[in-house]
Ligand binder design. Structure first.
Ligand SMILES: [Zn+2]
Length: 176
């Protein structure tokens, strides 16, 4: 396992969609400590209310990214919760996302390779020749003239994005 899941492309964004910036911070705290953390401990470190931290941990739990262990204090009768961040699960979710992105990009790339595309100066949309003729070469969104797109740069962008995603996919697959 690398020192942090956050070094993977898109991992931070993934955690942010699950539980915002706090989810990222909690993951960092957990990884640094390399063992379970209590919600009180995290709250103290992040200067947040325990209830706020718990909300985020519960959201992460819902996605399978965190799990808790409950222990009862025999003196007070109160329960305390210690949490674990499932970094492997984060990587599994990330892998799913990568696979989806790769598929989408490859579809887009082969579509653009096989069609002469047209677009207005504002790049409202990319329209294949056959459709552009139907619109009489006027952008259906803004009405400006549709012109042939030089898609060499877009192809290069697609390729470099694909290359990066595939490399990351390989790295993740080796770990999980
Ligand atoms: Zn337009």
């Amino acid at each position: 396992m690398p020192s942090s899941v956050l070094q993977f492309q898109g991992a931070k964004e993934l955690l942010e969609t699950i539980g915002g910036e706090t989810a990222v911070k909690i993951t960092k705290i957990y990884e640094k400590k390399d063992k379970k953390v209590t919600d009180e401990e995290v709250a103290k470190k992040l200067k947040l209310k325990v209830t706020e931290v718990r909300t985020i941990l519960n959201r992460m739990h819902y996605r399978g990214v965190s799990c808790y262990h409950r222990t009862k204090n025999s003196k007070t009768g109160w329960y305390s919760y210690s949490w674990e961040i499932k970094t492997r699960r984060v990587l599994e979710l990330l892998l799913e996302q990568h696979i989806e992105r790769i598929e989408k990009l490859e579809k887009k790339k082969s579509f653009e390779e096989n069609y002469a595309l047209f677009s207005c100066k504002k790049n409202c949309d990319y329209i294949p020749f056959e459709i552009a003729t139907e619109y009489l070469f006027k952008c259906p969104e803004c009405g400006a003239l549709l012109e042939a797109v030089d898609n060499k740069k877009r192809m290069k962008d697609f390729e470099s994005q694909l290359e990066m995603l595939k490399k990351e996919r390989e790295k993740i697959e080796k770990i999980i």
